[in-house]
Design a protein around this ligand. Sequence first.
Ligand SMILES: [Zn+2]
Length: 386
Amino acid sequence: MKKSFFLLSSAIAFIMLAYSNEIQSQNLRVRIFTTVNITQVNLTASFGTYFLEDTIKIKKQDKITFSAENGKLKAMINDKVLCNKDSIRFTSEDIKCFFQITPLNAKQRRYDNNLIVKLSKDKKNLLLINDVTQDNYLAGVVQSEAGGASDNVEFFKVQAICCRSYMMRFINKHIKEDYNLCDDVNCQVYLSRANKPQCIEGAAATNGEIIVDDNGKIIETLFHSNSGGQTANSEDVWGNKISYLRSVVDSFSIGKPNYQWEKEIKEKDWLNYFKNKGVNIKDYNTKQELLNFSQEEGRKAKLFDVPLTQIRKDFQLKSTFFDVIPWGSNVKLKGKGYGHGVGMSQEGAVNMCDEGYEYWEVIEHYYQGVKIINLNDNKSEDNTKK
Ligand SMILES: [Zn+2]
């Protein structure tokens, strides 16, 4: 009985591994221009050899046009109608090829590898799907989301692992619509192919690596701009305790561009806000606490019974990590950090990399107790980074 259980669990482990290896080697289908209604696009092959429908070779100067017209998808080469089909493939010879796409009503972009053009469900618009290798996609996402944050390859390795973890976790998010992910913020922003060498190298150098928690589950790689010197517990922001999203002291965020902020609010508005939340502002001690609230000893979650996240939202504050001081007829909020404060501080991560820390040290600092595993690794043991 014991033996068969062992065999069964080994078989399951083997199948899971084979499955993840299979996913790992597959191209992704990513919808592009998701938020725009597009009826016509022009295409040119920027680099490498391209084919339409795998057979018609495209010359560099050829202008390809796809349009949705009268409920049909029309493809043209140099103004000559080629075909009317439901779905047309624009495919590249190898993974280094890239193309340029110019919609009638949106900015031109460049993408790697292949494009699948379909009609939208209502047949009025085009559905544009970039069929792309996972590392090309990730390099593009890393550049779209954080390309301007640093020139240090180590930082882009951190970003690439986080984005790959998200990609693997949500790889079937749009599968019912016949693609894996979209290019909008609800998946990961993917505005073009990467052309910044550090972004490309960051994705390539970490090929197959993802972050898992102590149960082997892919983690949620939450990040913000600057922690203000201490990250927040997940439950203090969303009420949901997650083992790896713990508050840590984060000296790496101190002194960076989004480290500090200030905001003045009329004292009467500040006090009335709490009065309306049921706080007895007539009580002397209560009033003093409201006018001299301090988080110098560390992050707090509430001021009386009002969650700091609510106060942040209502007064449009950069973070929940602030002190209050009386300031004439106003109160001054002296704040630290920018963003929700949970998980990784982006400015802190940049700073750690510039100070010579390796990417896995950055990840282990901001996500407590996690492991980096490599999906390419056939060994089920000893595939952690450390
Ligand atoms: Zn999406």
